[in-house]
Design a protein around this ligand. Structure first.
Ligand code: KIV
Length: 274
């Protein structure tokens, strides 16, 4: 099912140019092995701060640090040769001032080799986005449900169910586009609003729980692989890897206990690639 044969890495302007065109395929990845597997199938790999919940078991993304993002960003950027790699700016690393955001985003780009950063917030982050983009840092914006604001929002809720909320979210999308973001994540945005924003916003909208009307889609890879015991309701599981891993480990444990484990090899080299 290999799709892409080009060795050229996708850039932020390539993604921006896909507005209204072929849907943009995006997934999260935090490690080399998943990045390698996904790279040829997707246009964009996001090293999301969801790493804090998915890999580290935190209840939210708030505890995620810049150091964590750099460690995971570096391995993904090294493993992926085709997809645009975007690294999330964690909570507290960019909100204070445009200068703080630039300093930390530049460190992320230097240390990881990623092609862009992502940050949460609409109108309130427009000055910061303009500051970064005018200084050579491509920015993916993120509006609608912004998980780093979970404590202020009081939980993870669909945004834009009431028409009264639409205007503010539309203003957010417009503001990040005018500030120079190359695309914008719409998270948990009700379909009629996601459609309106996608039709009027000049940059690609990347939906997560925002219906198929967006210019592209992103999912947390562990959710769509069936590795999250409590995935969000909107996620389709394309595999049941939790069950497959459980079966494999049970089979291994069984063989070890029965001393049926394969005989030792005399060399310790790696198997040839299939
Ligand atoms: O951190 C993340 O994985 C994200 C996606 C949900 C868009 O921000």
């Amino acid at each position: 099912m290999s799709r892409h044969v080009t060795s050229k890495r996708i850039t932020a302007p390539d993604i921006a140019a896909r507005k209204g065109g072929e849907p943009i395929v995006a997934l999260t990845s935090y490690h080399a092995h998943t990045a390698r597997l996904a790279d040829e199938h997707v246009d964009l790999l996001l090293v999301g701060d969801s790493v804090g919940m998915v890999l580290y078991g935190h209840g939210s993304t708030i505890p995620v640090t810049l150091e964590m993002m750099i460690v995971h960003g570096r391995v993904v950027a090294q493993a992926a040769g085709h997809a645009l790699v975007v690294v999330d700016m964690p909570f507290g690393s960019y909100e204070e001032s445009p200068e703080q955001a630039f300093r930390n985003a530049a460190t992320v780009m230097k240390e990881t080799g990623c092609g862009a950063v992502k940050l949460e917030g609409g109108e309130r982050m427009a000055d910061t986005i303009a500051f970064l983009t005018s200084r050579g840092i491509p920015v993916m914006a993120h509006v609608g449900l912004t998980p780093q604001s979970v404590n202020a929002l009081g939980g993870f809720f669909v945004q834009g169910r009431e028409k009264a909320q639409w205007e503010a979210i539309e203003r957010d999308a417009r503001a990040v586009a005018e500030a120079g973001a190359f695309c914008v994540v719409l998270e948990a945005v009700a379909e009629p609003l996601a459609r309106r924003i996608t039709e009027t916003c000049p940059i690609p909208t990347i939906g997560i729980g925002a219906s198929p009307v967006c210019d592209g889609q992103i999912l947390v890879m562990e959710d769509m692989l069936g590795l999250n015991p409590r995935p969000p309701k909107f996620v389709k599981a394309y595999a049941d890897l939790a069950a497959a891993i459980d079966d494999a480990i049970a089979a291994y444990a069984n063989e070890v206990r029965q001393r049926r484990f394969p005989a030792p090899q005399h060399t310790y080299g790696m198997k040839k690639k299939p």
